[in-house]
Design a protein around this ligand. Structure first.
Ligand code: SF4
Ligand code: SF4
Length: 296
């Protein structure tokens, strides 16, 4: 998932593609106080698969570089149980995504687990839509039964959206589109990686649309964003050494309260020094050639 994978950050990302570049800083400044307040309730992204069947150039989740890694159901259940214990079962939003979550052959089994531990929050599966029409009826039924919505991110590719909408209606599943079907998300915001790590972490964080929002739950740890969570794939591909340390994530089994988590996540981490917000640019969507320049 990328540019359009969540409402709040999506709104900022999209707006900033529609307005002149110099206005981006203004927009970020304007929204800073609200964006960076500790959240009352957690929202989380969880990769069901690290890899993807679309492989967009510069994918923020580094999926074109990712290995074919699927989340184990028992790991997911254990982490949900722990977070439910800390939060009293309250969560603002849980997004099951990737990579491409529909590549997980047991995806349907994750849905009741998520709903069981978070009875009232919003739960959603976020997909690029490519495999949606191949899903069996029990996928749609599990979405409906567990009150889970489907978020389809729009890319400039050919997909039968009318049929997807028809199936959603038939199975009484809410479907939302992230991005415009008319404009097809052709422009992407790129926050370049500074390989030297010489940026001011606090400044990068303040200007980052992922900050205090795109939290990634990975095997018992919550990272502030996709970049800190999956940079290992980038390091492996390009033989770089961007460092993620124990100060860049919070361990849900060591944290004692939900407040500890939200307080940690609303502040910059050392890893933010690798993000160069002074040279944010807009690039045309395309398929990745796995070149380092797609991310730097
Ligand atoms: S569709 Fe796949 S490759 Fe493209 S942005 Fe989403 S996760 Fe990344
Ligand atoms: S490391 Fe910090 S600045 Fe970079 S994308 Fe993540 S939250 Fe944003």
């Amino acid at each position: 998932m990328s540019l359009g994978n969540r409402i709040e950050s999506f709104a900022l990302g999209t707006l900033s593609t529609l307005i002149p570049k110099f206005n981006r800083s203004f927009l970020m400044k304007l929204t800073e106080a609200n964006r960076l307040k500790p959240r009352k309730l957690l929202r989380l992204d969880v990769h069901l698969a690290d890899h993807c069947n679309l492989n967009c150039r510069g994918c923020e989740h580094l999926s074109p570089l990712g290995e074919e890694k699927l989340l184990a159901l028992d790991t997911f259940e254990r982490d949900c149980a722990r977070l439910s214990e800390l939060s009293g079962g309250r969560i603002a939003e849980l997004s099951l995504l990737g990579g491409e979550p529909l590549l997980h052959p047991r995806l349907t089994e994750f849905l009741p687990v998520a709903r069981n531990y978070f009875p009232s929050g919003r739960i959603q599966v976020a997909t690029n839509g490519i495999l949606l029409l191949k899903q069996p009826p029990d996928f749609w039924e599990a979405l409906h039964k567990n009150r889970i919505r489907l978020c389809v991110t729009v890319y400039p590719i050919t997909i039968n959206h009318d049929e997807i909408k028809r199936l959603g209606k038939k199975h009484r599943v809410e479907i939302v589109y992230w991005g415009s079907l008319k404009h097809m998300n052709k422009l992407w915001e790129k926050m370049p990686i500074d390989l030297s790590g010489a940026q001011d972490a606090g400044e990068s964080f303040r200007k980052c649309y992922a900050a205090n929002y795109c939290f990634q739950l990975v095997e018992g740890k919550i990272y502030p964003c996709f970049r800190a969570a999956y940079i290992g794939y980038f390091n492996r591909q390009f033989n770089t050494h961007l460092q993620v340390t124990a100060d860049d994530y919070i361990d849900i089994y060591k944290a004692k309260t939900i407040q500890e988590l939200v307080q940690f996540l609303c502040k910059p981490v050392p890893f933010c020094r690798y993000c160069n917000m002074k040279q944010v640019e807009y690039t045309e969507w395309g398929v990745s050639k796995k070149e380092i320049s797609e991310w730097t």
